[in-house]
Write a protein that binds this ligand. Structure first.
Ligand code: NDP
Length: 299
């Protein structure tokens, strides 16, 4: 049985972060006369996306912020999606805009994301946000990697000089994660599907961030004793006998790694809850910047 001290409780950390965000909202309201507002756009009727949008809306309201939900039919044209985004860009009550991905196949995702005002880009996915992150200037950082950074800093404090590996180079997770770790003065290795001898590279690392989307691919004996492991992956195993749904597992073989690592995030209950908490954090920060206020402290 794993020692609890080795388990990074993302659920508890995210709950604390959400409580601090909620506590910061009244001061913003007092200064501006309105609550921070987050608009979420859902195109089509993908059931998983509808669930995500619903839980984002609930979390927004629970933090004392205004939630605006916009749904377009799966048949919406590129022009219709971009027109809605431009309308939200111009809406003074909206501080953050989240376009729920993936979009239906006939739409150009990159062009749609690029239509979002970078100052309201709480998902951190516009070219301007990505460029700012690469340049090391303040901007909006994608929620999942930012959540991973917060968990690492909470555990380790200063990350300077740590040897970090990020497995996966997606625009959503891997690439911004690498930039954030570099910004925190880690020595960063970016690994991907063409990387040679991945186990040897992972064995060198003080910090391992796995964002691959392959169930339990990172093995326990790849982990350096004492390393910190952040498992972003969410994979559902096939249903076993008598189960209606298979178990959720990460990209790391948790049962084996938990005995070797200094600390590791479980799946579920690790990185997952941090994503929505960081979305609210980004909305709060965007609202302050748009109102010409200093960034709220401690986020
Ligand atoms: P993508 O599919 O966009 O990217 C996967 C990355 O993994 C790619 O860069 C790919 O390399 C790399 N990869 C694939 N196979 C291998 C391999 N055998 N060895 C090394 N690298 C490999 O996934 P995402 O980044 O969007 O998501 C990753 C995981 O994180 C998923 O399980 C997803 O569900 C989860 N996720 C969880 C979130 C949360 O809130 N907890 C939020 C977002 C994602 P290449 O570029 O060469 O193809």
């Amino acid at each position: 049985m794993a020692d609890d001290a080795r388990v990074i409780d993302g659920k508890a950390f995210a709950a604390g972060l959400r409580a601090r965000i909620a506590a910061a909202v009244p001061a913003f309201e007092a200064a501006t006369g309105r609550a921070p507002g987050l608009a979420v756009v859902l195109v089509g009727d993908d059931p998983a996306s509808a669930v995500y949008v619903g839980s984002k809306g609930k979390a927004t309201v629970a933090a004392g912020m205004a939630s605006f939900e916009h749904r377009l039919p799966a048949s919406a044209t590129q022009a219709e999606v971009e027109a809605l985004l431009r309308q939200l860009n111009a809406d003074e009550a909206v501080d953050g805009i989240l376009l729920q991905l993936p979009l239906p196949g006939h739409l150009d995702e990159q062009a749609a994301v690029a239509a979002i005002d970078p100052e309201k880009d709480v998902d951190g996915l516009t070219p301007v946000s990505a460029g700012r992150l690469a340049l090391g200037i303040p901007g909006m950082v994608p929620c999942t990697p930012y959540g991973c950074l917060l968990l690492l800093q909470d555990r380790l404090g200063d990350l300077s000089g740590k040897d970090a590996i990020v497995v996966g180079r997606s625009i959503l997770v891997g690439k911004p994660m690498g930039q954030l770790l570099l910004g925190a003065n880690c020595t960063v290795t970016m690994a991907h599907s063409r990387t040679k001898d991945l186990p040897a590279l992972v064995r060198r690392a003080d910090i391992v961030v796995a964002a691959v989307g392959r169930a339990e691919m990172v093995k326990g004996d790849w982990i350096k004793p004492g390393a910190i492991v952040i498992d972003v992956g969410i994979n559902r195993l096939p249903a076993g006998e008598g189960e209606t749904k298979g178990r959720l597992v990460g990209d790391v073989d948790y049962a084996a790694a938990v005995g070797v690592a200094d600390a590791i995030t479980p799946v579920p209950g690790g990185v997952g809850p941090m994503t929505i908490a960081c979305l609210l954090r980004n909305t709060l920060v965007a609202a302050h910047r748009r109102a010409g206020l200093a960034d709220p402290e401690g986020f």
